[in-house]
Design a binder for this molecule. Structure first.
Ligand SMILES: Cc1ncc(COP(=O)(O)O)c(C=O)c1O
Length: 289
């Protein structure tokens, strides 16, 4: 599968792509990223990814991000050149390359990298029917988790710890006992009335693109949604839990640590929401399993 890359104006094979060793993304994680899904050769939920990138760029005082039209043109060319039907498009923007100094360099242009690699979305369907397990871990990240920076070390360590424990994901728990989100996913519980509860948007969580789409679909289909915090104890006694992300649209959680959730099997609310999300994917991209 021909993985491709774009780096500062040039298109190439991914294996040939490189950035400067003094890039601030490398030295300071002074850098933003996005991961967008390509299904059936089409970008899914593309505009919200661009909006989040632009919001992050404003929060970090990045100057000179190309227009949405330019970014979309690059993304479309990578999709076309790769000929990959199902893929992940990765975007990274850094403040640029300059002599190492914490202070913002003057007259530096952002480094813009995009890559595309094949991705198997169909694997998620079988995971969805089996359900996945997670482990709870303390949320040790910084205080601006709403900005999608490449400063991902706490997430990397947590995901590795989850894998070592045989789990799919780590569920982050803040000092006050609140479940914030997963290491690379948003987290939800279902209450006894079949309503969805998820952490409200704040600096403690990433505003997931899949989260926004899922909550809209739920509301449009008269499934009640409460954006309010819930605790690890609430989660463990909930009838259903699930997570969402661009790479894992809706996955039911059937175990947290050693504790089964509900009957220890995927529940009806998560199954319905997964169906609604796959329908939306099909509507936007014509993708079918
Ligand atoms: C911490 C965190 N939360 C949530 C998500 C899900 O976001 P999205 O739905 O935009 O993929 C991600 C995705 O990378 C993430 O890193």
């Amino acid at each position: 599968m021909p993985a491709r890359a774009y780096v500062n104006g040039q298109y190439m094979a991914l294996s040939e792509a490189a950035v400067h060793v003094e890039d601030r993304g490398l030295q300071f994680a002074d850098s933003l990223y996005e991961v967008a899904a390509v299904l059936n050769g089409r970008l899914f939920d593309w505009q919200p990814h661009l909006q989040r990138l632009r919001r992050g760029a404003a929060a970090l005082f990045f100057d000179g991000l190309p227009t949405d039209g330019v970014l979309t043109g690059i993304a479309r060319r990578l999709v076309a050149d790769s000929r990959l039907p199902d893929a992940l498009l990765y975007i990274q923007v850094t403040r640029g390359a300059a002599r190492r100094d914490h202070l913002f360099p003057r007259d530096v242009r952002p480094t813009l990298v995009m890559t595309i690699r094949g991705f198997d979305f169909a694997q998620r369907i079988s995971q969805q029917s089996r359900g996945i397990s997670v482990i709870s871990l303390p949320d040790q990240r910084w205080a601006r988790c709403d900005i999608k920076t490449t400063g991902l070390l706490p997430a990397v360590l947590a995901k590795q710890e989850a894998k070592a424990a045989g789990a799919f994901e780590a569920m982050f728990v803040a000092n006050d006992g609140t479940v914030t989100e997963g290491s690379s996913t948003n987290m939800y519980m279902v209450n006894g009335d079949g309503a969805i509860i998820t952490h409200p948007l704040s600096a403690r969580i990433l505003p997931g693109v899949a989260r926004a789409t899922l909550l809209k679909l739920a509301r449009d289909n008269h499934i009640p949604v409460f954006e309010r915090p819930f605790t690890l104890a609430d989660a463990k006694s909930a009838p259903e839990l699930f997570l969402t992300s661009t790479t894992a649209p809706v996955l039911p959680i059937v175990r947290v640590d050693a504790d089964p959730i509900g009957q220890g099997q995927p529940g009806p609310v998560a199954a319905r929401l997964a169906g609604l999300l796959w329908d939306e994917i099909e509507r936007q991209t014509n993708w079918r399993v």
